[in-house]
Design a protein around this ligand. Sequence first.
Ligand code: ADP
Ligand code: MG
Length: 188
Amino acid sequence: MNSRHVPASLTLHTDSPPATQRIGVAIGRAVAAGQVIALCGDLGAGKTTLVQGIAAGMGVHARVTSPTFILMNEYATEDGRRLVHIDAYRLAERATLADAATFGLADLLAEAGMDGVNVVAIEWADRVAALLPADLLTITLVASEDDPEARILQLTATGAQSAAVIEQLLTSGALADLPESTGTPRKM
Ligand SMILES: Nc1ncnc2c1ncn2[C@@H]1O[C@H](COP(=O)(O)OP(=O)(O)O)[C@@H](O)[C@H]1O
Ligand SMILES: [Mg+2]
């Protein structure tokens, strides 16, 4: 296969919760089964808000709530896929593999790529970094100091499947009305 330039990172700015959800919808439309999405950022950064959009974009009809106290929720999409929404917040800052194994995260991630059904979105993914696959779409959300509704989303792809999501976001035009977006092409 010829090597070509694929977008490996993308910075997006949002100025409201609905704008963050719209980004999520675009991501939800772009992901394929087996995709793992790592969500990083402080409490209140907007991780769950973004997952609500991802779910809508994937065709989930159920209301998506924060799984913080139960660690994991599963949602069926209208086309027979599944969005698995995990929140690792309650794990220790450096969770051991045994901690994560208690809720089957290792198995779940291993299966995600294989069964052709699951998309996995993990809040506080940094706490289970050792378990995450190499091909990962990492989204770091950062609040802005001057505007309480502004967020910066930094998307980074570390593999072909994840890079394809960023490429799809850039080519679909779905993000055209956002305040600002910058793609950084990298040769892979
Ligand atoms: N641009 C924005 N994007 C997402 N959430 C925002 C934004 N501006 C304000 N908010 C507020 O920040 C909070 C984000 O909460 P949530 O999505 O649960 O964060 P997290 O899951 O990262 O803890 C919500 O109360 C939401 O209304
Ligand atoms: Mg949350």
